[in-house]
Design a protein around this ligand. Structure first.
Ligand code: ATP
Length: 145
């Protein structure tokens, strides 16, 4: 078991989105944010749409992820998701449009239509995560200037 780093792999149906060794990772797990350090006990959990943060050499890198599955082992974390985007990949206008669409749909969905409500809430969370990652990128660039 390596205590020196954690191999993180984020995999979508399209491709291997990320494969890197990090100091720690913060995952938007279904039961709340979960920070994982090297040496963590093995576990399986669900990811919900949100912001995944990997920390390397004191720097944070943010990714918007959609729902998926997470396997934690002492020396590696594998995240299987429908979609993942890093800070440079986000199309902010698309994310804002998706947010507005999801808000409109949620406002008019029948209360008892649980499946539709869940789908619209998930779309809302994906859009919010993309906007949050994009905003972090903007703040970071401002800071660099
Ligand atoms: P939309 O309604 O705009 O399609 P969505 O949340 O339904 O948003 P997804 O089904 O999660 O979209 O993603 C489909 C594909 O589009 C994935 O490859 C995802 O990475 C990409 N994608 C979705 N929204 C954005 C965005 N705002 N910026 C960049 N890529 C995006």
């Amino acid at each position: 078991m390596s205590e020196s780093g954690l191999l993180v792999e984020v995999v979508s149906p399209d491709q291997l989105e990320l494969s890197t060794t990090v100091d720690s990772i913060v995952i938007p797990a279904s039961l709340g944010e979960m920070e994982v350090l090297p040496g963590h006990i093995p576990l399986l959990t669900m990811a919900k749409p949100g912001v995944l943060v990997v920390r390397r050499d004191g720097e944070d890198h943010h990714y918007a992820i959609s729902a998926g599955f997470v396997e934690v082992l002492p020396d590696r974390v594998t995240v299987l998701v429908d979609a993942a985007e890093d800070e440079d990949e986000i199309d902010i206008e698309r994310a804002k449009a998706a947010l507005m669409r999801a808000e409109d749909r949620l406002a008019s969905v029948e209360t008892q239509d649980v499946e539709q409500r869940f789908a619209f809430e998930s779309a809302l969370e994906r859009a919010r995560a993309r906007i949050a990652v994009w905003q972090h990128r903007q703040q970071h660039s401002d800071h660099d200037d």
